[in-house]
Design a protein around this ligand. Structure first.
Ligand code: AOS
Ligand code: ZN
Ligand code: ZN
Length: 388
């Protein structure tokens, strides 16, 4: 398939939000492999994120995590981000690392614990007012390990009440992004296990509540692009947490495990024009680079999403619709596969060169000397919090 550069125009305005925690040391429950040069504070995380944006031109926002990224002066952090050409993005709350939350946070049987978890989100909303962030991302690790441990229904009722109290604190420009996950850290039930539960709570809360789809949070074989189409149709897809999985919530580089699935997901985005900024969908990464070099892993991730989107934009939509309408099964599938099997890398390199960016951002990073510099300067880098 030949590539009409005009077909890729939407890539000019398509941006990806990177997570601060991807730059710090992290690991699994078995081991955190510390790497040289990792950031010692949120300012250094932003300096690393600035490399990704400078070399790709497509990653201008950085998600923060509270408490991992707590600083005394968020206005100063925000100004530092602006100096680097960055913007502070979604604020992620943390309901999974406080001893009080062992049996749940927003769903806990004790009101004291629920109030503590709600207050944490009020703190996050205060941070948003300082950083200018508009997205509060809530991942609920609550759940049960054993049947009978607690009331499934009771936890939903308590969750609805807690979420309503958080939602009431939002400013008009804020969104509450509610993420789901089908297992882990709980193994019998999660209290927000699937997109349906997240959507039900969002619908009960109001229009400022939307669903976060983490691509690593589904049972094997789940058709994720169907969920994307359905949530977009309801105007309730707030954001992605992009990553790759082979077995569970592996948090590997997006597109590395199944680039065809990433293409199909982004095609459903393109079908409903959600790749455009006006859609409000926040395309975020949520990955932990345990054995990969951190900054290069982020660059690779941004490039993988761009490549998948470019292929989705190349689908001949009129030919596809005609084949679908005449019931031409193989013809319609062939239209999609023609786009997926198109090598877009040179066309994307041409676009980067025309924009004054390096054709090969990873090679440019490796040649930049930045990694050697931070390896020499930084000693005692922080952990992201994962696997800590
Ligand atoms: C955890 O599995 C979820 O993917 C969370 O979205 C994420 O890792 C967390 O928000 C980090 O702050
Ligand atoms: Zn996530
Ligand atoms: Zn996850």
């Amino acid at each position: 398939m030949s590539i009409d550069p005009a077909a890729l125009a939407d890539l000019d305005t398509f941006t990806i939000e990177v997570p601060s925690w991807a730059y710090g040391n992290s690991g699994t429950r078995f081991k955190v492999f510390a790497q040289p040069g990792v950031p010692r504070d949120p300012f250094e995380k932003l300096a690393d994120a600035a490399q990704v944006n400078a070399l790709t031109g497509a990653a201008p926002r950085v998600s923060l995590h509270i408490p991992w990224d707590l600083v005394d002066d968020f206005a100063k952090l925000s100004a530092y981000a602006a100096d680097l050409g960055l913007q502070l993005g979604a604020i992620n709350s943390n309901l999974f690392q406080d001893d009080d939350y062992m049996l749940g946070s927003l769903t806990h049987p004790e009101k004291r614990v629920r109030d503590k978890a709600i207050a944490h989100h009020v703190q996050c909303i205060d941070v948003m007012r300082s950083t200018g962030s508009t997205d509060l991302k809530l991942w609920l690790p609550d759940g049960l390990n054993y049947p009978g441990q607690d009331s499934i229904r009771g936890r939903q009722d308590r969750l609805a009440d807690s979420l309503q109290q958080i939602y009431a604190q939002l400013d008009a420009e804020h969104r509450l992004l509610i993420e789901y996950k089908f297992f882990e850290p709980a193994f019998y039930t999660m209290d927000i296990p699937d997109w349906g539960t997240s959507l039900l709570h969002c619908l009960a809360l109001g229009p400022q509540a939307q669903v976060v789809l983490d691509t690593g949070h589904h049972a094997p074989g789940t058709n994720i692009e169907f969920i994307v189409a359905q949530l977009l149709r309801q105007n309730r897809l707030g954001a992605f947490d992009f990553n790759s999985r082979f077995y569970a919530d592996d948090d590997l580089i997006v597109g590395a495990a199944d680039p065809f699935q990433l293409f199909r997901i982004l095609f459903e985005i393109v079908v409903q024009d959600a790749q455009k900024p006006a859609s409000g969908v926040n395309f975020m990464l949520d990955q932990c680079h345990n054995i990969e070099p951190k900054i290069q892993g982020q660059i690779r991730s941004v490039l993988n999403v761009q490549e998948a989107l470019a292929k989705a934009l190349l689908v001949d939509r009129s030919e596809l619709r005609a084949a679908q309408e005449r019931g031409d099964v193989l013809g319609a599938n062939g239209v999609l596969m023609d786009a997926y099997n198109t090598d877009v890398r040179e066309a994307l390199a041409d676009r980067r060169e025309a924009a004054g960016l390096p054709r090969d951002p990873i090679a440019a990073y490796r040649a930049s000397g930045y990694q050697e510099k931070i390896n020499a300067e930084r000693v005692g880098g922080t952990q992201a919090g994962w696997g800590a």
